[in-house]
Write a protein that binds this ligand. Sequence first.
Ligand SMILES: *Cc1c(COP(=O)(O)O)cnc(C)c1O
Length: 428
Amino acid sequence: MAEKTVPFTKAQLESIIQKYPTPFHIYDEQAIRDNARKLLAAFSWAPGFKEYFAVKATPNPHILKILKEEGIGADCSSLAELILSQQAGIVGENIIFSSNDTPAEEYQAAKDIGAIINLDDITHIDYLEKHVGIPEIISFRYNPGSLLQGGNDIIGYPEEAKYGLTREQILSAYKIMQDKGVKRFALHTMVMSNELSGDSFIGTAVMMFDLVLEIYQKLGIRIEMIDLGGGIGVPYRPEQQAVDLDFVGQGIRKAYEEKIVANGLHPLNITMECGRMITGPYGYLVSTALHKKEIYKNYIGLDACMANLMRPALYGSYHHITVMGKEEYPLDHVYDVTGSLCENNDKFAIDRSLPKIDIGDIVVIHDAGAHGHAMGFNYNGKLRSSELLLKADGSVSMIRRAETLADYFATLDFETCELPLAAATKNK
Ligand SMILES: *Cc1c(COP(=O)(O)O)cnc(C)c1O
């Protein structure tokens, strides 16, 4: 069971709201740190273990800096993400550039900052060489294709994914790089997303260890680092269970001893690129109930909308909801909890049993710390909200201000005009 609690009381939240109006995202710094330490502890046995935080999950340099202090690097896939990492002081091989469909200038920036470049396709070797040159260390992203045969433990459908090199291509790719004089090699894969089965991650490691051995036997290349990607899930629903990181760490350790140590390939650095599990459960979207309407169904309209958290509308994802001060009330009302977009899928919850909600109630949406604010957009003229950090001592600081109308209009080169409302008032 994933307990769905909030790290603040109603009174605390009310005083935060006096200074920072809803809607906003708020991140629990101590919980993020504790969680990061748990992941690192599970792999404390592993040589050179490194977690590269997938920046796309929570692209805020204040968050990246906290993670850096815990010894975590960055997984980037765009120029902006490289700059965010640099702002947080994460540079060099503390960055892996796991991009796809990448423009030359982004490869150039990744090379300039000293990041490990992880190529997504065999044709990208020529592209990289032509535009930026061959770097000192190179990584390839492996796509194992169909995993349904072979009795493996991995859940996922890599054959449907646009990423990576096929089994045949991967050996050729290392050979090409070897012939070009490259001496340092990494191997990457990411076959799962939001997965809660620990066995899947052990299965992925086994597959990668086997491939490291095959590459060594066929090409004489000693891979120095494997990257198992991200994909560790978040127990969004209260009845779900978080991945047991120690179980995963120990399972991978056993496979490492059997496949890597036993074949004389120790040390092999093990790395991951988790994003969602690092910040997801420790961010909350805080909003206020604006409207209540009763037609064929009962609706609660919030001051937040899909522009603040797109996952429910995009994937039909469940996000737990707490109505502040009503945690112990019976869940005897059924609501659709909506935002204000002119899109009927702008709903945070459908047919959700909740306590009776009144206008003005503070409604907290859980597990919004990853792919929440990050996926924000401006459709319907909606503005992205602020991001706040709840620090270990209970104080709060703003780590990104809310957008203003000036931000919305900043990209338009058009004669400014006053809002009709303002003009109408003036004429009176
Ligand atoms: C999204 C992504 C990750 C992180 O995935 P999570 O599910 O957030 O752990 C890691 N690597 C790559 C290449 C990604 O695209």
